[in-house]
Design a protein around this ligand. Structure first.
Ligand code: NDP
Length: 338
């Protein structure tokens, strides 16, 4: 069965990655795109070989679609997801799922009640590098995990220096943009859930409107593991990485907090150093493959709606901590879902 996709949002991420990822599936087709502007809808459809451009949600949902991919600005995700779910469509939604974890939980509850698949597009779970790290840890190759460090401070390209750095009402700021990914990737790689976070944020000169463009967080996990993470929009030369240190070994991943299947993972133990090999499949194509399988009733999306609630609850707690100057408990009001 072909999965007929409707795109909600004429976005950069859809153009750069997701349209190709859908088309990379033997059973995936993009049938329509919705923009709030009829002109942009038609131009985007034409430029990307999409048969229809529409400018209302009702038109998109009645365009014969089985599933929708939501990549509008963050304040719109909730309303659009609930409408799509009500129309019986499967929903792959960009992170953050909503502006609050309470709203994200409404999306999960609605999808469960309607019996449709809801996924969160946390692409990093689909990176071979992160899967290799998760497998090495689960196999005991670093012994008991003790601490992790995430280096995820980048330079926001000029073309994306819009709502992210100027519109709090659209869910701008580096915490809702990047800390959510770090929350999800830490959970996935460690197979553990965070319980507490302490954060400092900054405005280093790029973001306005009271938004943060840099964050440093300290995390405590259920098992006792502690972690630190650095997210930013303003560092041109920092590079990215992810380290996990255990009682019997350490994992050093370089250039892995990215949208491409690149980077390397080194395992260092008493036996010496070993470069871990991993597959280099496109992250978004793998995410789509899992999502299509979930629609067929085979397994779950690589990141579920519940995972999206967790990452947003962590980001929310980080923002609250930065404001209050105190450590904050992370409570997604869900069962363990790591
Ligand atoms: P964009 O800024 O490219 O698009 C967001 C919205 O902005 C679009 O839906 C569109 O509205 C509007 N827009 C785009 N271009 C123009 C324009 N030229 N003039 C006026 N309005 C315009 O956002 P991104 O693609 O960077 O991000 C979209 C979502 O995806 C966010 O939720 C973000 O967090 C997420 N994201 C996720 C990534 C991941 O790897 N998982 C990576 C990047 C983003 P309309 O549809 O009404 O035309």
């Amino acid at each position: 069965m072909t999965v007929r996709w409707g795109l909600i949002g004429a976005s950069t991420i859809a153009r750069q990655f997701m349209i190709n990822a859908i088309r990379a599936q033997g059973d995936g087709e993009v049938v329509a795109v919705m923009s709030s502007s009829p002109e942009r809808a038609n131009t985007y459809a034409g430029e990307n070989g999409i048969p229809r451009g529409v400018s209302t949600l009702a038109d998109l949902l009645s365009a014969g679609v089985d599933a929708v991919y939501i990549s509008t600005t963050n304040e719109l995700h909730l309303e659009q997801a609930l409408a799509a779910i009500e129309a019986g469509k499967h929903v792959l939604c960009e992170k953050p799922l909503a502006l609050t974890s309470a709203d994200a939980r409404k999306m999960v509850a609605a999808a469960n009640a309607a019996g449709v698949v809801l996924g969160t597009n946390h692409h990093l779970r689909n990176a071979g590098a992160h899967r290799a790290m998760r497998e090495a840890i689960a196999a005991g190759r670093i012994g008991k995990p003790i601490a992790a460090r995430v280096f995820h401070s980048v330079y926001l390209p000029e073309s994306l220096q819009g709502w992210r750095i100027s519109k709090p009402e659209a869910g701008g700021g580096v915490v809702l943009d990047i800390t959510v990914h770090d929350a999800d990737t830490l959970r996935f790689v460690l197979g553990d859930d965070p319980v507490e976070i302490s954060a400092f944020t900054q405005s280093a000169g790029m973001a306005g409107g009271g938004l943060e463009d840099g964050a440093m967080c300290i995390w405590r996990f259920k098992s006792g593991v502690i972690a630190q993470s650095h997210e930013g929009f303003t560092t041109k030369f920092a590079g990215t990485g992810f380290e996990v240190h255990g009682s019997e070994g350490s994992l050093f991943a370089t250039n892995v907090m990215t949208q491409k299947p690149v980077g390397s993972v080194l395992l260092r133990t008493g036996a010496g150093e070993e470069e871990l090999s991993f597959d280099r499949e496109d992250l978004y194509a793998r995410s789509l493959r899992q999502f299509h399988a979930a629609i067929r009733g085979e397994g779950r999306p690589s990141a579920t709606g519940e995972d999206g609630v967790w990452s947003l609850a962590a980001a929310e707690a980080a923002l609250q901590s930065a404001k209050s100057g105190k450590a904050v408990t992370i409570d997604p009001k869900l069962g363990s879902a790591a």
